[in-house]
Design a protein around this ligand. Structure first.
Ligand code: ADP
Length: 395
C-alpha cells in the first residue's frame, strides 16, 4: 500500500491507497492525527465509518506509531512492511523541480528551505524523520508544492527589487498549490481529450489559502502566490499583496515587532480581518445576505481581486482554452463564481446560471454557449496527485 502524508507542526493528515490502481476506488482509508505534543486525537474514516480515539501523541514519532498500529487493529495491514512507499507533501523544496526520493541531499534541500516556509517545512521534516525510523524499508518520496512552478520565467518570478537580493538570498516568487495545479491540468487534458502540451488555462484555486495560475502549453507561466504563501490574492486570513510600507507603519503604531505584524498579516487579515466576522466564506455569504456591510465588503473585495487577476492572466496568453475554478470556494460556491465572473467586464465571459447552480460533480462546464472563454469547475485532489507521483517510483 501507499501512504500519502501532509504533516504540519501539530497534525498529520494521511490517506492510504492500494498499491495497484484498480477500477474501483484506490483509497483504502483516510484520517488525521491532531494535537500532537498537547495530548492527541486520532480520527480515521474507513469503510464509511468515522472513528475518533483519544491518544497520547508526545511527538510526531509517537503519532506515526499510533496511526500505523490502528491500521493493524483495523485489519487494513498485517505488518508495517506492507506500506511500500510514502509520499509527503512539502510546501517548499527550493530548486527541486519534480517529485523525488528523499535521500540525504533532498532532505537537506527541504531543511534549507525552512526559512522560505517556516510554518510548513518543519512539520514535514519531523514526519519524514519518524517514518525513516518506523518504516525503514519504505520508499519515501517528496512532492513539492512549488515544483510545478519551476517553468515560470525569470521576468515573472523576479520582484522589482535590488537584483542582489535574488542572487544572494533567493528572494523571488516560488508559487504554491502546485500539486493542485498539476492535478487540474492533467484532469482537464484527460477529460477534454486534449494533449496537455496544447493547453492554455487560467486556474483559480480558491480555498482558505487562495492562488491562481496562468498555464501556457500545460506549464506554469505565472502564479499569484509569491515568495511565501502570504502573497498574491486576498485569502481567508492572509492579506495577499499590500503596500509593503504598511508593515513599518503599523509596527510603530501598535508598538509591535515585525514578526508580530507579519503574523497579523497571516492570521488576522484577509476575509477575517475585513469582515471582523469569519475567515469562512460560507459565514460571510450568510452574513451578506442578512445585510452585513463588512461581510459584503470583504466578499466583494475577494471576488474583485480574483476577477482582476483573471484578466491579467488572460492577457498573458495568446488564447485561452478554459478558466477553471477549484478548491473549497471554487468548487462549492456558485455565488462567488457568479460574483467573480460578473466583475470581469472586458472579456465577454458569462455563466449558464443553471449549470453554475447545479450541485457540483467532479468536472463541470458552467459557462453559457455565448461565453468567449469556457468556464469549468473541477474538483482538485492533491492527495491523489501525490499518490500517482509516488506510485511512479515503484514502476
Ligand atoms: P484549504 O484546503 O486551503 O484549507 P479549502 O479548499 O478546504 O481550504 O477551502 C475552504 C474554504 O472553502 C472556506 O472558506 C469555506 O468557507 C469555503 N467553502 C466550502 N464550501 C463552501 C460553500 N458551499 N460556499 C462557499 N464557500 C465554501
Amino acid at each position: 500500500m501507499i501512504l500519502v502524508i501532509n504533516s504540519g507542526s501539530s497534525s498529520i493528515k494521511f490517506k492510504l491507497y492500494k498499491k495497484e490502481p484498480s477500477q474501483d476506488n484506490q483509497t483504502v482509508l483516510e484520517g488525521i492525527a491532531e494535537r500532537i505534543t498537547l495530548d492527541g486525537i486520532l480520527t480515521i474514516k474507513y469503510k464509511d465509518n468515522r472513528t475518533t480515539w483519544n491518544m497520547d501523541f508526545q511527538n510526531h514519532e509517537s503519532a506515526v506509531k499510533g496511526i500505523l498500529s490502528k491500521f493493524q487493529d483495523l485489519g487494513v495491514i498485517k505488518t508495517i512492511d506492507e506500506i511500500v512507499a510514502i509520499g509527503f507533501r512539502i510546501v517548499n523544496g527550493g530548486s527541486i523541480t519534480e517529485p523525488t526520493i528523499i535521500n540525504d541531499k533532498v532532505y537537506k534541500a527541504i531543511f534549507d528551505s525552512i526559512e522560505f516556509a517556516p510554518l510548513h517545512n518543519p512539520g514535514a521534516l519531523v514526519a519524514i524523520d519518524a517514518f525513516k525510523k518506523i518504516t525503514p524499508n519504505a520508499i519515501l518520496v517528496g512532492n513539492f508544492d512549488n515544483a510545478f512552478h519551476h517553468t515560470i520565467p525569470k521576468s515573472n518570478f523576479l520582484y522589482p527589487l535590488p537584483i542582489e537580493w535574488y542572487k544572494k538570498y533567493n528572494v523571488r516568487k516560488f508559487g504554491f498549490h502546485g500539486l493542485s495545479y498539476q492535478y487540474i491540468v492533467e484532469k482537464f487534458a484527460e477529460l477534454a481529450k486534449e494533449n496537455k502540451e496544447n493547453l492554455n488555462l487560467v486556474i483559480c484555486h480558491l480555498g482558505s489559502g487562495s492562488s491562481m495560475a496562468c498555464i501556457q502549453n500545460g506549464l506554469s507561466l505565472d502564479t499569484t502566490m509569491g515568495f511565501t504563501p502570504l502573497g498574491g490574492l486576498m485569502m481567508g486570513t492572509r492579506s495577499g499583496n499590500i503596500d509593503p510600507s504598511i508593515l513599518e507603519f503599523i509596527t510603530k503604531k501598535l508598538s509591535m515587532t515585525i514578526s508580530e505584524v507579519t503574523e497579523m498579516l497571516n492570521k488576522k487579515s484577509g476575509l477575517l480581518g475585513m469582515s471582523e466576522i469569519s475567515a469562512d466564506m460560507r459565514d460571510l455569504i450568510l452574513a451578506s445576505a442578512k445585510g452585513n456591510d463588512n461581510a459584503k465588503l470583504a466578499v466583494n473585495k475577494y471576488e474583485q481581486t480574483v476577477a482582476d487577476n483573471i484578466v491579467t492572466f488572460v492577457n498573458r496568453l495568446p488564447y485561452v482554452d478554459a478558466i477553471i475554478f477549484t478548491a473549497g470556494i471554487g468548487e462549492n460556491s456558485p455565488e462567488n463564481r457568479q460574483g467573480i465572473i460578473d466583475k470581469i467586464k472586458i472579456l465577454n465571459v458569462n455563466l449558464d446560471q443553471t449549470a453554475n447552480n447545479e450541485k457540483n460533480d467532479s468536472f463541470k462546464l458552467i459557462s453559457a454557449n455565448s461565453s468567449a472563454i469556457p468556464v469549468y469547475v473541477i474538483r482538485t485532489d492533491e492527495e491523489s496527485m501525490i499518490y500517482q507521483n509516488t506510485l511512479s517510483f515503484l514502476k
